[in-house]
Design a protein around this ligand. Sequence first.
Ligand code: SAM
Ligand code: SF4
Length: 312
Amino acid sequence: MFDRCRREITYLRLSVTDLCSLRCRYCMPAEGVKKRDHTDICSVEELVEIARQAAACGITKVRLTGGEPLARHGILEICRGISALEGIKELCLTTNGLALPELAGPLRAAGVDRLNVSLDTLRPERYAWMTRRGCLENVLEGLRAAADAGFAGLKLNAVLIKGFNDDEIPDFVDLTRRYPIEVRFIELMPIGAGSELEYLPSDAVLDACPELLPASEGGVARRYRLPEGRGLVGLIAPMSHRFCAACDRIRVTADGMLKPCLHSRREIPLRGLSGEALRKAIAEGIAAKPEGHQMDMAGRSFAARDMYQIGG
Ligand code: SAM
Ligand code: SF4
């Protein structure tokens, strides 16, 4: 389906929980979030029905996110249900990677095609500080488990933070020399706790690694590669190179609210709807996509929720 700006909307980012095993400083409050009653969150059946009706509206790719999707009870059932839907060509998942040692194989068997693993630093003490409780070795173990389970084209998401990981840019880029992965540098967005850390424009990656060569386009990412590299470097720059004109996505929160744009206040309730009524509500959400966000000019997001409540 096309929106009113003639963008074809084919991608649904579906949040399955707002709980998380980590407390990343730019995302979660230090004390975590209060566990909601399970009836406040979409059930497995509701999530699969949302994906089914989204597919009927032209969605072909679904990404499960959160909070931490692997912390959601019933995650494998959700994956099995969505990957089996007619029209869904690709099921992806964004994770902090901690549960991959146990879950990488079962996720693959449940129909997940691709994984993005979030990792903002390669230094154990920095990782522990940023996540307020995580252990870097567990993520590295998770990455190995994902590769062993047959996940190809792994993507590593690193949020660029001035004074925290800018000196690690060459180390991250160097990973693409050795491994066939895509390292994606993401600009920090001023949403929730994200406003408390310091933004660094993604062009800093090109300054730090002038040997990078332009490579193929990758959706909203500008892509580069090292001359002898096996992998790719992606720059995702919602602040410095606004990509709204190429936006092809809608989002649904774990409590069943459709967000036409990550940074807008507008939300369309989907819970309680099914079949034709649900399809109509999703079509309404696609039609309601704004032309773009004003976050770059306003210096803040207009979303009424934090990232872990939306699904980054
Ligand atoms: N827990 C999973 C993870 O960390 O991959 C999935 C949810 S997390 C909200 C999804 C992505 O959003 C992560 O890559 C995270 O780094 C990113 N993120 C969270 N807050 C952000 C912010 N303020 N600006 C930019 N990216 C952010
Ligand atoms: Fe959890 Fe992901 Fe947010 Fe970190 S970025 S606190 S792992 S939801």
